[in-house]
Design a protein around this ligand. Structure first.
Ligand SMILES: Cc1cc2nc3c(=O)[nH]c(=O)nc-3n(C[C@H](O)[C@H](O)[C@H](O)COP(=O)(O)OP(=O)(O)OC[C@H]3O[C@@H](n4cnc5c(N)ncnc54)[C@H](O)[C@@H]3O)c2cc1C
Length: 692
């Protein structure tokens, strides 16, 4: 799809998958200056800013959040203000006083902001050494007088007093303020996972006579982190991956994008690193950015080659180009620990993938192994039984065959609400201009001072009935954007040629001329019932149905159906020649407004014109498991984890689920005796609604 001058093209295609929102068509947003076009200006509206709302102006959710923070952090009298650290948050530095997004040191503008908080009169007298940047983000919301970089800093008091003793008069007056000023006796430092485990090994007796044999199925973030923990703790781990290693997977993806050859077992969803390898690599998460477990994941990524700024950046992202070498280093480390990547017919070949788990081996109601076959052999002719003490199932959101395989074993699976929708594509420059106005020139294809602009929008849509809205919860829906890829491209994430699904990816600089985002609406079991789909896999069937319809609308060969937003809103198809798009396999003008059930389309149409804030999506299925042991609630020896099992919704949350699961399995098999929470804090009891 190409975007004509002055138009906002929006792309959206979709193939619904088990645990993520699905996009089934491409939308082209209309002209920027046209009268009817402001409808697809979601980016114009999310401007409400928490920090400028005080007292009664605060939203109920903000008041609730503040109450929770106060409850969790009761402010007590500080006796030793000259000890430990002070954490200063929400320090704003305007763009012209900041060296830019890639600079993580202490600039003069930041010292000015610190001096203001301390009420220290001369900022130039403050030394930089005692200060460390903990978080840096960019805030361009229009309620601000001027866009700012927003910092969280740690101030090491002893060092500051040594270098500038006159600051004591001011520090002695410093009092904690919820969310702004916090006194920490010790710097929190969780370390990377490898050092965390090595420390845990020192503190606990981890000698075991037997080395349990564990199969981890899937090498996405959940499987990789579970494997890492288990292997570091001494288990005999076999990581089984149906897709290929990143080198060959890259070639398979190239063949798909250039020659339309879809390898059903090695593609954007299947292969080393899982679904997030050819992605934007956004490392944002809603499970608590500062928690020890998230920090351990981030530091582990740095250990394997991610740039250190992901530890500080408010919206960290890696991009495909950085993920690939990182995964190679991860693989090398696992191999060094003795984890064997299996391949049929060979005893232990270290760098081979392409092995698919087709079935479980179950004896006396306990999983005792898996049946595998060469994933490149469609006939499954060479299947083989492999026995293990435990099987960790980290198969992600695309392994529908695995869910179907679990049904005869009565593995308890709970259907969940999830989201379907479209992807919207715009020119990157347009989003920069809308978000940043004159500052847009500072983006410079991702190399400038300010980051490439993104957005998040949400609208809770009440039931629309004959023009009248009702507040019926049963038919009201959340409509929201997510997985925004500024400077990215739309890619095909189908794993079956007769189904169509897309997602977004980008490279680290985010320098493509496009920006795309998902625009989705929640669907529930009522929607599945309406299509006569029942049972735990009803949601999966619902997704499959619309993926097929989307493929048919596109006319085959992975051509994606597309429509301008203006036409979509008006239920018509007037623009048959669509603007260009980042999607390389072709876009065909189609009546996307006829793709979904009417109420889904209406909710999307209604929401497009009224976006105002953000929310999150959920997965359509959850494999029930014990909250402490992570073992399936209905089948012993099986450990369902990650996004596919309904316990994560993004790279970081899947990795965190994997690491907790790794510890839990190790504990169950006698490899680890210490409490996990004492090492990494409390695991979030996920309900499967985490998206990122
Ligand atoms: C294009 C795209 C872009 C994305 N962008 C982002 C982003 O920017 N940020 C973010 O946080 N999230 C993003 N996501 C989502 C993110 O990738 C997933 O949430 C995350 O990868 C889930 O991790 P997982 O380990 O649970 O599963 P997955 O990553 O899906 O990994 C599962 C693995 O299991 C393997 N497998 C499946 N079945 C079998 C079997 N039978 N036998 C052997 N192996 C099997 C698969 O091949 C796969 O490699 C994106 C997803 C896509 C598709």
């Amino acid at each position: 799809m190409t975007c004509k001058d002055g138009q906002i093209p929006s792309t959206g295609v979709a193939r619904s998958k088990v645990a993520e929102a699905k996009y089934f068509g491409i939308l082209y947003a209309p002209r920027i200056n046209g009268s009817s076009t402001s409808l697809l200006y979601p980016v114009l509206l999310p401007r409400k800013m928490e920090s400028v709302r005080t007292g009664k102006q605060r939203y109920p959710s903000e008041k609730k959040k503040l109450r929770r923070i106060k409850r969790e952090n009761p402010i007590s009298e500080i006796e030793n203000k000259d000890e430990g650290f002070w954490r200063l948050s929400k320090l704003g530095v305007v763009v012209h006083k900041d060296p830019g997004k890639d600079y993580l040191g202490i600039c003069d503008g930041l010292l000015e902001a610190i001096a203001k908080v301390l009420e220290f009169p001369v900022s130039t007298m403050l030394p930089a050494e005692p200060f460390t940047v903990v978080r840096k983000s960019f805030d361009a919301r229009k309620l601000l007088k001027e866009p700012k970089f927003v910092y969280t800093m740690d101030m090491e008091v002893k060092k500051l007093l040594d270098l500038e003793p006159r600051t004591w008069d001011f520090i002695s007056q410093l009092e904690p303020k919820v969310g702004l000023i916090e006194h920490l006796l010790q710097e929190r430092d969780s370390g990377d996972l490898i050092s965390v485990i090595n420390n845990a090994k020192k503190n606990h007796n981890l000698q075991t006579k037997t080395k349990p044999k564990i199969a981890v199925v899937g090498s996405g973030p959940a499987g990789l982190f579970a494997s890492l923990v288990l292997a570091e703790l001494g288990a005999d781990v076999t990581l089984i991956e149906r897709g290929q290693a990143v080198e060959r997977r890259g070639r398979d993806i190239g063949a798909l994008v250039v020659r339309r050859i879809l390898q059903t077992e090695s593609n954007f969803c299947f292969g080393e690193g899982g679904a997030g390898t050819w992605s934007d690599g956004k490392l944002v998460t809603k499970i608590g950015r500062n928690s020890d477990s998230v920090m351990a994941v981030m530091k582990t990524l740095v250990h394997f080659g991610a740039p250190e700024n992901i530890l500080v950046d408010g919206k960290p992202h890696l991009g495909t180009d950085r993920l690939i070498p990182l995964l190679r280093n991860f693989r090398q480390h696992l191999q060094d620990l003795g984890v064997s990547y299996t391949f049929l017919g060979q005893k232990k070949v270290t760098i081979k993938f392409g092995t698919r788990v087709d079935d479980l081996l179950v004896e006396n109601e306990q999983v005792v192994g898996v049946r595998v076959s060469d994933a490149t052999n469609e006939l499954h002719a060479d299947s083989q039984n492999l026995r293990y003490d435990a099987v960790v199932l980290a198969v992600g959101h695309s392994a529908r065959d695995v869910y179907e395989m679990l049904v005869p074993y009565n593995v308890r699976m709970v259907p969940k609400d999830f989201a379907v929708g479209l992807r919207v594509e715009h020119p990157r420059e347009l989003i920069n201009k809308i978000q940043y106005s004159a500052l847009a020139t500072e983006v410079r294809k991702g190399r400038g001072k300010v980051p490439v602009a993104d957005y998040k929008v949400v609208k809770y849509v009440d039931n629309v009935n004959n023009g009248e809205t009702t507040k019926s919860r049963e038919t009201s829906r959340s409509c929201y954007s997510f997985c925004m890829c500024p400077g990215g491209q739309v890619v095909l994430t189908s794993t079956n040629p007769s189904e169509l699904c897309i997602n977004g990816m980008s490279f680290s600089r985010r320098s493509s001329k496009w920006a795309n985002a998902a625009l989705v609406v929640t669907v529930t079991s009522k929607d599945f019932d309406a299509l006569n789909l029942h049972g735990p896999l009803a949601g999966v069937e619902f997704q499959r149905e619309f993926e097929r319809r989307a493929a048919a609308m596109g006319g085959g060969s992975f051509v994606v159906p597309g429509q301008t937003v203006e036409d979509f809103l008006n239920n018509k198809l007037s623009e048959t020649s669509l603007p260009s798009s980042s999607y390389r396999l072709g876009v065909k003008a189609a009546k996307l407004h006829e793709l979904f059930p009417t109420h889904v389309t209406e909710a999307l149409q209604h929401a497009i014109s009224m976006f105002e804030r953000e929310t999150r999506t959920s997965s359509p299925i959850q494999i029930s498991r014990d909250g402490n042991t992570y073992e399936s609630a209905s089948l012993k020896g099986l450990y369902p984890i990650g996004e596919g099992a309904g316990y994560a919704g993004g790279i970081v949350s899947a990795a965190v689920d994997g690491l907790y699961a790794g510890f839990a399995v190790a504990q169950n098999l006698g490899l680890y005796e210490g409490g996990i929470e004492s090492v990494l804090g409390k695991a979030q009891k996920s309900t499967g609604i985490v998206k990122y």
